[in-house]
Ligand binder design. Sequence first.
Ligand code: MYA
Length: 572
Amino acid sequence: RPGQVLCSPLVLSEEQTSFLKTLYEPCNRFFEEVNDPNWNDKNEKVQAKTLQGLKELKMFGLQVPENLGGLGLTDTQYARMVEILGWHDLAVGVTLGAHQSSSFKGILLFGDKHQKEKYLPDLASGRSLAAFCLTEPTSGSDAASIWTMAEVSQCGKFYTLNGSKMWISNGGVADVFTVFAKTKVKDVTTGEEHGKISAFIVEKEFEGVTSGPPEEKMGIKASSTTSVSFDNVNVPAENVLGGFGNGFKVTMNVLNNSRFGTVSTLAGTMRRVIEKAANHAAKQKQFGKEIRNYGIIQDKLAHMAMYHCVTESMAYMISGNMDMKVSDFHLEAAISKIFASEASWEVTDECIQILGGAGYMKKAGVECIMRDLRIFRILEGTNDILQIFVALAGLQHAGAQLQELQHTLEDPLNNSSVLFTELGLRAKRIIWIPTGISLDGVVSGHLLDTAGLVTKCVDLLSEAVEHLLLKFGTQVTHHQFHLKRIADAAIDIYAMGVVLSRATQSLNHNLPSALHEKLLCESWCYKASERVRWNLKAVKASSWNCYYQNMKSITDEVVRTGGVLYPRPMGF
Ligand code: MYA
């Protein structure tokens, strides 16, 4: 919807902006002066003085309403605040993010008055910490397959929880857990039993709740990650969150609502990393010139800037839309989480490359960021499952439209105008004429050629999606080689949309950075549109099916052999 992508997402009033500034500056200073990321990383915990200071700054309850002890920030204000965490210390970011972006978000979004009043004041002040308990040893990407059970008591006044959760952020330090568990329910018509997921607010103090030892991790070492077990834990029925049986909806909504925070945090990290790379490229001389003068370095730095620009634009586009009470943002949230975590990884890797040997050393401060970043391609839904989610959610929508069209065209005589419009659309696509989506008047007049690249890509995506649906029907869900490429194209197109929007606003407001943003936008869209064409060709062209078949055969062999199949060239 152009209105949700090509819009002005900055919805803060002057009062909200000045309030944000009063929070932002002390918080940033606090991180500069008090927090020690190296100490945290080395000791695998956040220093007590940092936690205390963050509580005093009210950083534990950024979005909790003021009457319940929080700061009551909007999503856009929240996005700006958490950027600071990404800039300074991702492990502190995960501690605070796990607490409020996901773990008590369920109470904020779905809690009743009693639940909010009972839990939020302590959570907002940092007197108690929260954890989100979804993942289990056999349930990761397939969130609905959890085994933790909640059996309702005869009197109906409590549920007894049994099961184990793993890799829980804040697991070892939390006092309040949002736990997802299944209850067996009998279908009255068929008599069959099935599991209904509900969300429960569980206190550490409830008998039978235990946390495992801290996990030894690659990065975000200062944040606590443990298993959490529930052994005959009795949870009062009033602690069911969002209504009995609504747990899947609660989980999905919490995750949808938390992802923009992660995106903004990672935009903060990328700004920092780009600053390090740019300073080095400006000072370091090789072969008689500062390395910034060499094309090979320019290619990297320019790409890093583009990745950052897109990520930051996505963060504020989504938070702005959320503040404008747009309810349908789950696809964009998934897209931006994938994009931000891949982009920040790439940008940090390139920063190390620009710094050379120095970048590999601890002293440069980038290796810790690299280790910390790796988890973001996995947490809050792996990028792989989110790619499939993006593709299938889009296809589901297109499939419904196509089905409607099919019904209409069953009676072509009475629907001749629809028939001609649809035939016309398809004919235009075949001979590469735009089908009528136009961004004229929506984007800056200086960016119309670039906007043309985007509309062409949208046409190509429609065509590829339709092709897949007609070819595979409902079986399309099993064709992940194709789905991945549809998702990649959708991600690139959304990315093009948000930078177009950003550059348009900067040009319209004559910002000093406007021409630079225009350059970033044009360059990004040029490259992304090439990628879209390439990905969608790989969806439609039958020659690619042979490649997919090869990928499957190679994998079958590798797995059957338990590794690499062929001997070394010398035979042993
Ligand atoms: S927690 C672990 C994260 N785990 C996941 O994210 C699990 C990923 N898996 C899934 O999301 C689901 O299993 C998927 C499939 C979606 C893949 N919004 O049949 P279905 C609806 C709205 O597709 P499944 C962690 O990492 C769908 O339309 N609705 O279901 C914490 C359908 O509705 P209907 C959705 O195949 C980390 C129904 O559900 C969505 O079982 C914390 C069933 O759909 C959606 N997204 O699922 C760390 N998806 O029936 C710290 C599906 O009406 C944070 N549906 O058609 C770090 C923060 C960093 C800093 C922050 C700053 C402070």
